[in-house]
Write a protein that binds this ligand. Sequence first.
Ligand code: NAP
Length: 296
Amino acid sequence: MTAEILDGKQIAAAIRAELAQEIADFVQKTGVTPGLATVLVGDNPASVSYVTAKGRTCQELGMQSFQHTLPASLSEQELLELVDRLNRDRQVHGILVQLPLPKHIQESRVLYAMDPNKDVDGFHPVNVGRLLIGEEIFPPCTPAGIQELILRSGTPTDGAEVVVVGRSNIVGKPIAVMLMQKKRGANATVTVCHTRTRNLAEHTRRADILIVAAGAPKAVTAEMVKPGAVVIDVGVNRIGTTESGKPKLAGDVDFDGVRAVAGKITPVPGGVGPMTITMLMRNTLRAARLQVEGRS
Ligand code: NAP
C-alpha cells in the first residue's frame, strides 16, 4: 500500500478562499475590517518568518495586520503595556504574541494579560477552559488545523481509536481534548503518549488516526503503524540545510517507511503547517464577529 498524501497546502487554500468570502461579507455588512495585531520580541529567524507569513496572509484575505516588532531588550512591563493598549484598541480584534519570548519575560504573565476575547491563539486559561468543556471560541490553531485536515479528508472520527504522541499545551493536550468531545468531527477514543509511555509502539499500532507531535525525527517508524491508518505528522525538525542555504525540514514520522503502510499521511512541509496559519485567520474573523456582532 502507498498512502494517499494529505495535502495541507491544498486544503488550506480551499479554506482561505472560503474565509476571504466570509471576510468580504462581514466588511460589507458591518463596515469593519477585522484586524490582527502581531507582536514579535527579538529577531529569532523562525519567529520572524512565522510573523511575516501571518501578516501577509491577513492582508491576502482582506484583513488588517498591525505588526509590532520590538527589540529583545524590551522589558516585561513595556510588553504588558503594549498588550493593554492592544486590548483597548477597537481596530484590533485579535492579538498574537509570538512565542517563545526572551527569557527575562514570563510568558504566562503576558498571555494572562490579554483580553480572552482577543486571544486568537487560544492560550489564555479562559480559552483553555472553554476548550475543555467543549465551548471553545478560539481553538488553538495547530490542533484546529489537524482536526480540519481530518474532517476535510473524509476520515471518520466517530468511535475511532486516536493515538496522540506528545502532551504539550499547544498541540498534544488540546488535540486530545478536541477529538474526545461529544461533537461532530470528534467522538474518538483518545490515548495520549509521551516519553514515560511504556511500549509506545503497542499504543501507536492500535491507532486508526495517529497524530505525532513529539519534536523528534523518526519518532514513529513503519512497524509502529497499523496498515491503512491515517498519520498526521505535526513535527517540524531542522535536519540540515538545502543547497540554496534554506533549512531542510523533516517531521517526526519516518515518511518513506510509513507511507508504505499508512492509508493517508501528511507531508512535512506542506501538511499541518499551512493549516495552522489558516486557523489563525479563522479565529481572527471569529474575534471580529464576537466584538462587533456579539457572537462568534
Ligand atoms: P514539545 O513541547 O517539545 O512536546 C513534545 C512532546 O512529545 C512531549 O510531551 C514529549 O514527552 C513527547 N515526546 C518527545 N519525544 C518523544 C518520543 N520519542 N516518544 C514519545 N513521546 C515523545 O513540542 P510541541 O510544542 O508539542 O511541538 C511538537 C512538534 O510539533 C515540534 O517539532 C514542533 O516544531 C512542531 N509544531 C509544528 C507546528 C505547525 O504548525 N506545523 C505547530 C506547533 C508545533 P514529555 O512530555 O514526556 O517530555
